[in-house]
Each structure stands twice: as structure tokens, then as C-alpha cells.
Design a binder for this molecule. Structure first.
Ligand SMILES: Cc1cc2nc3c(=O)[nH]c(=O)nc-3n(C[C@H](O)[C@H](O)[C@H](O)COP(=O)(O)OP(=O)(O)OC[C@H]3O[C@@H](n4cnc5c(N)ncnc54)[C@H](O)[C@@H]3O)c2cc1C
Length: 550
């Protein structure tokens, strides 16, 4: 037989492509996270976090993440007979991810087992969750964060807290009392105002006792298949909002009037459903005092902001691991990328960003662990959460974009996780207080809560004298903070300086010398604006060996 046979038809051999990064233990390979867990008081939880991390890094769970984002949720406003049901159908992978997170109490650990380190351990688990599939982090976070707000109303907390703390995920659409566990959402944003919730137009009408009926709309309500929602509505046109709990089912066992108008078509966060809602005489229970709704729900927001920090840290961590892994297996111009000086500079710079975010996230979580009994920790958490939320969330899109480029064209293709991480990244900066709003919140904390800024400065000052670039940054910060002129317009600059000084202080005290020195050199010294501009003399060998141990 002439012409090409089977072998002759082969066009090429696949070479110079990395193996997939899967079946890795996401804690064992993350030294900054592991060290930080011990340092910040969660050494007792290492094995537990490790179990979740190993499972989350498995090929099977990574595939769930892909599937949950490829097969996105669908609205079923009506059943086939035309009855209104307002349900959303998810791919089984979504439910598997939710079940795994709840089984490991990522939604509830510090409330189920209040002890020092519980917030630290949970925050670490939330960042691990975000590495693999961030969309389901939304209902997990809201369910975790609702507890302090629910506690503003004793009877509501008595009824709902046991459901929220339960760990056997139950996706069925039934009255919460019949389910093995409940999840909670939050509906504040309206068309005419998101950041400015005082602009809410939804009205509440008293039915007697603590029962109310709501009429109005919400422009964003994520995870609408949750079992109940904390929401805001006004009792009188001119009144400030009051906080309410809206369950999907009424106490008589009938469906509450919770009309999902449509689902948002979003840039990222696609596995998660985000909806537009109408309340049309919707039954609700008041939570906290009348007209004090912002005060009540802010306790929830304070906790969701912590998860914005850990969520963005997780996204960046996965992007970094993928980039380092790729560069260690891919050659160009005769040498592995990971051996080429310019690529090493880029990767090391990315690693510094992730280590700084990790240290900040875990220190913040420790403040939550001690906030109740220690006023200084409470004051630190108040301001440092806003500072961290602004900075870490803002750094994520740039960090992930750069990590994506390390993979070249492969990074831009959906099969690699980088594309999904990149599309996910901006949302943490937008929700729970967009960038400017957060910076203004830092100013508000400085003015209204006299202990907040001193607590943050005291933490930064713990590293005073250890690095001259940090000392110089503290001096610049002192000058900035003592100048009251035009504070609002300068707020981003102020918060940026606070964040960098805090991260540097944490790394100088706790990270290996190579990491701390390079961070101070790159972020407070002679570094450039983009990644890969670390100045000469930085120990990239040590930084990269730590970033992803071989
Ligand atoms: C995927 C997704 C899911 C969401 N899920 C929910 C949810 O479940 N529940 C919910 O309630 N909301 C949800 N939101 C809404 C989100 O919280 C709001 O979009 C956000 O709070 C901003 O509100 P806004 O869109 O009305 O923008 P605006 O408040 O109009 O703000 C627009 C811009 O102006 C800036 N700005 C505002 N005030 C000032 C000022 N005084 N000075 C300078 N700049 C200012 C803001 O920082 C922002 O950059 C979700 C949003 C997204 C994208």
C-alpha cells in the first residue's frame, strides 16, 4: 500500500506543555497560608483545613468548578402549569460544591465552635474555596456573615441560627423548618442606589407584632435560592431603612411572594445566580430596631468584607500557582521559563503580592477572633477590614492578568482556570462597598471611631526600626494623616499607603527575610508600577521556592 499509513498521518508530537496542576493539596503547597494559620492562632485547625484543602485541590473538585461555570443557573419563574415558583435550577456540580463547603462548616465554623483561631481557620478555608470555584463562595459567605445581624433580634436568631449553623446542605425548595440546613442571602441594592442605601424605596407595612409586608424591588439579589434574605425597607417615606428577614416560604407553609424578574448576565461569577426581585406584599420579620436597619445589617457587611479579602487572596493564589507551575514546565528559546531572569522577576513579584495578601487576611481574621473581648482588636478589625478590602480586591485583577500572561495564549483560553479567575476578580472590589465608598468608610472610621486609626498604626509600628524603607513609609504616612486638607479627594492615596505599610509590617515581622526585603524594596522602595519590576538584588530563588514548593 502506498501513501501515508496510520503513522504517516500523524502531524506532530505534543511536547513542551505542562501537566495539569491537579490532585495537589492546596494547604501543603501554600507555605504562607500554613505558617499564617499557626501564627494567628489556628494551629489546632491545620489538619481540618488540610482535609478541605486536599479535597478542593483534587481533579474531581476542580472539574466541578469548571462544570458549575459552564452550565450556568437557569430561572424557572413558573412551573409547567403556569404557577409562579420563582426557582433557579443549578448544575449538580454547584450542589456538590455547596455540600462540600457546608460539610466543612466554611459557612459557620466560628459560630459553631467559637474559640480563638476559628475565624482564622474559616477565613483560610474560604480562600481555598475561592481558588477552586468562587461563585458558590457568595451564598457561603452570606450565610456565615448573617449571624451577627440575626442576633440583633432574639426570636429571629433562636429560630434561624440553628438552621444556618447546620452542615448538611439541603438544596430543596421547601419551608426552612423542614430542611436539614438553610442558607441566607442579602438584598439591599435598588435601581436608584446601591452604595447609598438610604435611597431605598421599598416600603414596609406593619401587620402587627413583628410581622410586616414589603412592597418594592431589589436590583441585585444573589443566590436567590437561599432560604431567607436580610433586606432593607422603610416604614415611612422619610424614615431611614429598617432591616427585615424575608423567608422564601411563609409561616403557613405557602410560598412567599418573592418574584424573581430575571437573572443577571454577568462578566464572571457565572456559576452563581444574581437576580432582580420584586416584593409584592411579601411577608417579612423585623430584625433589630425600627429605622436602624443600616446599623443592623452593617454587622453582616463587616463580615462579608472580610471574605472579599480572603476571596481575592484565593483567586490570586491559584493564579500564582498556575503561573509558577507553567513556567517550571515550559521552555522558550532553549530554557525553562522559570529559569529566565525576567520571568523570575515577574513570578517573584506576583508571589510577594500573594504572600502579603495572605498575611493581611489572616491577621484580620485573628482580630475577628478577639474582637468581642479585646477593644483594641475590635478597633483594628473595624478599620483594617476596609483598608484590606480596598487594597487586596483592587490588586487581584492586575495580579491575575499578569499571571495569565505567564501562560501565554494558553492562559487566555477557557480550559485553563486563569480566564475564569480573571473574570471573577473585579467583583470583590465592586460589591460590599465599591473602591471609593470603602476609602470614604476608612475616613469615616478615622473620624467617628477614635480608637480605630491608633489601633492600625500601633500594629504597623510593631515593625518600626526593622527596615528603613518601612520606616520611611511610616513617616510619609504620618505626614499624610496629619494633613486634613482635601482628605476626601486624597482618600485612595491614604488607604493605599496604610495597606502597604500594614502588609510590609506583617511581612517584616513574620515572613522569611527574602520575602520581606523584596516586598519593601518593590512596594516601598525602587519598584516600578507593573509586576516584574523588582529592583536588583532581590532573592528570587528563595521567593519562588517558597511560592510553590517542588
Ligand atoms: C455580581 C454582583 C452580585 C451582587 N449581589 C448583590 C446582592 O446579593 N445583594 C445586594 O444588595 N447587592 C448586590 N450587588 C450589588 C452591589 O453591592 C452594588 O452594585 C454595589 O454596592 C454598588 O452599588 P451601585 O451598583 O448602585 O453603584 P453606585 O452606588 O451608584 O456607585 C457607582 C460608583 O460610584 C462610586 N461612589 C459612590 N458614592 C461615591 C462618593 N460619595 N464619592 C465617590 N465615589 C462614589 C462607587 O464607589 C462606585 O464606583 C451585587 C453586584 C454584583 C456586581
Amino acid at each position: 500500500m502506498s501513501g501515508p499509513g496510520r503513522d504517516g498521518a500523524a502531524t506532530h508530537v505534543v511536547s513542551n506543555q505542562p501537566p495539569p496542576l491537579e490532585d495537589t493539596d492546596l494547604l501543603a503547597t501554600d507555605l504562607a497560608l500554613r505558617d499564617g494559620l499557626e501564627r494567628e492562632g489556628a494551629g489546632w485547625a491545620l489538619e481540618r483545613v488540610g482535609r478541605y484543602a486536599a479535597r478542593m485541590g483534587s481533579a474531581e473538585v476542580l472539574a466541578w468548578g469548571r462544570d458549575a461555570n459552564r452550565h450556568t443557573p437557569e430561572l424557572a419563574a413558573f412551573d409547567r402549569f403556569g404557577h409562579r415558583i420563582d426557582e433557579v435550577a443549578f448544575h449538580p456540580a454547584w450542589h456538590a460544591l455547596m455540600g462540600l463547603a457546608m460539610e466543612h462548616a466554611v459557612h459557620a465554623l466560628p459560630w459553631r465552635e467559637p474559640r480563638p483561631g476559628a475565624h482564622v481557620a474559616r477565613t483560610a478555608m474560604h480562600s481555598i474555596l475561592s481558588q477552586v470555584e468562587a461563585g458558590h463562595g457568595c451564598p457561603i459567605t452570606m450565610t456565615f456573615a448573617c449571624v451577627p445581624a440575626l442576633r440583633a433580634e432574639k426570636t429571629v436568631a433562636e429560630e434561624w441560627e440553628p438552621r444556618v449553623l447546620a452542615t448538611r446542605y439541603d438544596p430543596s425548595s421547601r419551608p426552612a423548618a423542614e430542611k436539614s440546613a438553610a442558607t441566607i442571602g442579602m438584598a439591599m441594592t435598588e435601581k436608584q442606589g446601591g452604595s447609598d442605601v438610604r435611597a431605598n424605596s421599598t416600603r414596609a407595612h406593619a401587620l402587627g407584632g413583628d410581622d410586616y409586608e414589603l412592597v418594592g424591588h431589589k436590583w441585585f439579589c444573589s443566590a436567590p435560592m437561599s432560604d431567607a434574605f436580610l433586606t432593607l425597607a422603610k416604614l415611612r417615606e422619610e424614615a431611614p431603612p429598617t432591616c427585615f428577614l424575608v423567608p422564601r416560604w411563609r409561616p403557613d407553609g405557602s410560598r412567599n411572594l418573592f418574584h424573581i424578574q430575571r437573572l443577571k448576565d454577568k462578566l464572571g461569577n457565572r456559576s452563581n445566580a444574581s437576580s432582580e426581585l420584586e416584593y409584592r406584599g411579601t411577608w417579612a420579620r423585623r430584625v433589630g430596631p425600627e429605622d436602624r436597619g443600616v446599623r443592623t445589617i452593617i454587622d453582616m457587611v463587616h463580615h462579608t468584607r472580610l471574605d472579599c479579602v480572603s476571596g481575592s487572596t484565593g483567586l490570586m493564589r491559584m493564579a500564582l500557582a498556575q503561573a509558577v507551575h507553567h513556567a517550571r514546565h515550559r521552555s522558550a528559546f532553549g530554557r525553562l521559563l522559570a529559569e529566565q531572569p525576567l520571568m523570575r522577576n515577574v513570578l517573584a513579584d506576583l508571589a510577594l503580592e500573594v504572600e502579603a495578601a495572605t498575611a493581611l487576611m489572616l491577621r484580620l481574621a485573628r482580630a475577628y477572633d478577639h474582637a468581642e473581648e479585646d477593644p483594641a482588636e475590635r478597633a483594628f478589625a473595624r478599620i483594617a477590614t476596609a483598608v484590606g478590602k480596598y487594597w487586596v480586591c483592587k490588586r487581584a485583577p492586575q495580579t491575575i492578568g499578569e499571571a495569565m500572561e505567564c501562560l501565554g495564549g494558553n492562559g487566555y483560553v477557557e480550559e485553563a482556570i486563569l480566564a475564569r479567575l480573571y473574570r471573577e476578580a473585579p467583583v470583590n472590589a465592586i460589591w460590599e462597598g465599591s473602591g471609593n465608598v470603602i476609602c470614604l468608610d476608612v475616613l469615616r472610621a478615622i473620624v467617628r471611631e477614635p480608637d480605630a486609626l491608633p489601633a492600625l498604626r500601633a500594629e504597623i509600628a510593631l515593625a518600626r526600626g526593622a527596615d528603613r524603607r518601612l520606616d520611611a513609609a511610616i513617616a510619609r504616612l504620618d505626614a499624610d494623616l496629619s494633613d486634613p486638607s482635601d482628605a476626601e479627594s486624597r482618600a485612595r492615596r491614604t488607604v493605599e499607603q496604610l495597606a502597604l505599610a500594614l502588609q510590609a509590617s506583617l511581612l517584616v515581622r513574620h515572613a522569611p527575610a527574602a520575602v520581606a526585603d523584596a516586598f519593601c524594596a518593590g512596594r516601598l522602595g525602587d519598584g516600578g508600577l507593573l509586576f516584574g519590576t523588582l529592583p536588583e538584588g532581590v532573592d528570587t530563588d528563595a521567593i519562588l521556592a517558597r511560592a510553590l514548593p517542588l
